[in-house]
Write a protein that binds this ligand. Sequence first.
Ligand code: ADP
Length: 447
Amino acid sequence: MFDKILIANRGEIALRVIRAAREMGIKSVAVHSTADSDAMHVRMADESVCIGPPSSTDSYLSIPAIVAACEITGAQAIHPGYGFLSENAKFVEILEDHGLTFIGPTSEHIRVMGDKITAKDTMKALGVPCVPGSDGGVPTLEEAEKLGADMGYPVIIKATAGGGGKGMKVANSAEEMKSAFQTARAEGKSNFGNDEVYIEKYLTTPRHIEIQVFGDGKGKAVHLGERDCSLQRRHQKVFEEAPGPSITPDERARIGKICADAMANINYIGAGTIEFLYENGEFYFIEMNTRLQVEHPVTEAIFGIDLVREQIRVAEGLPMSINQEDLQINGHAIEVRINAEKLPNFAPCPGKITQYHAPGGLGVRMDSALYDGYSIPPFYDSLIGKLIVHGRDRPEALARLNRALGELIVDGVDTTVPLFHALLGEDDIHTGDYNIHWLEQWLDSNI
Ligand code: ADP
């Protein structure tokens, strides 16, 4: 059993992990850059270690500094949160060499799923339905043009190493192929050091539906239903809910079982998310994330399960405390991502918080590292909080979201809160009638 774990992250997700550890009687170590000396995760952890200057490359991404912090404090395991080193296979191998436990999947699974071409091949072989497209990488423009003509436009060209919405370009016609192909390759090269790309049919009206999976690494795996994350801006999620308003219990059971069986088959350990596009009743795999997702709390809300606790348990070698037959959906949950950004361009808006008040009451969870007088540093992600609401059904969850947003006070910086107030005035949000393009189109005409 672990006595002490180190959290290689910052912000709300570091708090999330500290909270789970504390409930399990495990001590926590925060690491921080010099820009984060006053951050809430540093205050809340049992111990803290400064690991470098503000730039992430020299602090939250510095493997030697993080390993040294473990050695100094005697932490036996590391929780990576999301982002930073959470999907870095090399990091996991280095931890193994130092006798440290990574609270997450094996380096092999991270590597396989981190390369989208290999991930798709693996999933296809495991019986998971995929978006129709090229058989592996497409090295030349000539091949790309031939595929575009054979498959029919529109198509999407994706960097195999891509992530965070980068390295993806749509070609609506043969004329657009050259520039889309070259841009996707260039973005892959400059952002991820890999210019390999592949091509998929571009689905025009899909929803983004993702399945939460969890495995014990010994051949047992479960699914915890889906999240609908169709409301996106620049391929980035802003509003997530569970269960998906368009998914029937039969569809959930069918795709959930395919995913759980696939994870059991590869002895997957820990939390993972298998992402699909969903159109006309069909699921098409796009990628797998081998970590806890930002939006995991909506799943926790409807199942009453602490996913971080489960991650820590299986990393300790204990069995999972969940069985498929015990997992029953209870109500509906919605999360909105509150970013320090200024509308209409969503420009990052760091600065000092002059007043902060978190909403509360029945069915309301606010995951945030803000406090009165805190200065949001300009060096990191603009996510400053996640508001999660839970109700007996979708209308109740939406009413609760409206009420909770009204209670929230974040003064001193601009935030995305006005966006959610405006969205709650839209009929389509209440009927659940939207796909992955809805928000961009709405923003174009409303913000
Ligand atoms: P990333 O790793 O950058 O998040 P994903 O492969 O998960 O990239 O795709 C992110 C988003 O891009 C999806 O949620 C969807 O909105 C859009 N997208 C990706 N592939 C396709 C496709 N084949 N057709 C239509 N939209 C797509």
